[in-house]
Write a new protein. Structure first.
Length: 329
């Protein structure tokens, strides 16, 4: 598969997983191979019970087309999105690059998705999978009106997801990362928090941040989270750094994920946990390709972890291996 275009492979694998799951007894066989059910793996966070702490990060199942099938591979939760109010094609192809020598990916997808309402129709068929809803703004929406896009997605998804992720850290939508600055970010999160409080049963809201923030900016993040009283942070998104890369694709524009971001992601998790006195939950993501990487994130202060690039490189068995390692620990 690594001989083919990465984006083509992604959709080919999607079709294969969907087709295989239509064969009687196959879903049960996959669950028996990959799922580990043990009360010691369960995590309770925000009043939600996660079957295990290993989730699938946003970006893999953007449109909520395969969450039910992907959950069979042993994930404790699935994060869908990033979703925007209106459908958009994303950036021009080619926009996904495999850096095999570095065990990494570079993507500049640009929030390609079919729009939040299409995803809602699929989420109505959910049969017990714990779902995170990752929301963003359309490319054509100026930053000063970004809050409107986030509110549209929040309201549409509210009945169908278990927690929300505010994505202001993707490097692939022009000017999006400017929303991480203290003033606009505080305003955005406060607006979503206020809307959440109007609901009969408010749901957790977490913020996904970039690994490229300085210590001062991370201190601002801690202050914002504690002031607005949102429910946690996902650390981290992809990086713009290209330090130490060997692949010929290292000059491609976009966000870098995989092994090269592992150390920085762990540093951010540890910084947030220590400087905040662990005052809010952290979901750790970035460079988790095996049990040791996962345990490192948890020991640094993460409450839950997520995979994406590690799942691509290592296959579904990595989820089982991580959960077994957590049980041994």
């Amino acid at each position: 598969m690594f001989l083919c275009d990465p984006e083509w492979v992604h959709y080919a694998v999607f079709r294969s997983i969907r087709w295989v799951h239509k064969i009687p007894a196959i879903p049960a066989l996959i669950r028996s191979l990959y799922q580990i059910k043990d009360p010691r793996l369960e995590r309770e966070l925000w009043g939600l019970k996660f079957p295990n702490p290993v989730g699938l990060a946003a970006g893999f199942d953007k449109d909520a087309k395969l969450y039910q099938e992907l959950a069979n591979f042993g994930f404790g939760f699935i994060e869908i999105g990033t979703l925007t109010p209106k459908a958009q094609d994303g950036n021009p192809k080619k926009r996904l690059f495999r850096l095999v020598e570095d065990q990494a990916l570079i993507n500049r997808m640009g929030f390609n998705n079919g729009g939040v309402l299409e995803a809602v129709e699929r989420l109505k068929k959910n049969k017990g999978v714990l779902i995170g809803g990752n929301i963003g703004k359309n490319k054509v929406t100026p930053n000063e009106k970004a809050v409107d896009d986030y509110l549209i997605c929040f309201d549409a998804l509210f009945p169908y997801v278990d927690y929300f992720v505010v994505n202001v850290s993707s490097p692939n939508t022009p000017n999006l990362r400017a929303l991480q600055e203290k003033e606009p970010l505080t305003a955005l999160l406060q607006t979503l928090k206020d809307r959440n409080q109007q609901k009969k049963h408010p749901k957790p809201i977490v913020l996904k941040i970039a690994p490229d923030l300085s210590d001062d900016q991370l201190l601002d993040i801690i202050d914002i989270v504690q002031t607005v009283q949102i429910d946690g942070v996902i650390a981290t998104n992809t990086t713009l750094s290209r330090e130490g890369l060997r692949s010929s694709h290292k000059t491609e524009a976009g966000g870098l994920s995989g092994v090269p971001v592992r150390n920085r992601s762990t540093e951010v998790i540890r910084f947030l946990a220590e400087k905040s006195n662990k005052s809010f939950p952290i979901i750790g993501v970035g460079g988790i390709h095996g049990p040791d990487d996962a345990l490192e994130k948890l020991e640094a202060g993460a409450d839950l972890i997520q995979l994406y690039t590690g799942f691509v490189y290592e296959g579904p068995a990595v989820v089982r291996r991580i959960n077994r390692a957590i049980l041994k620990k």
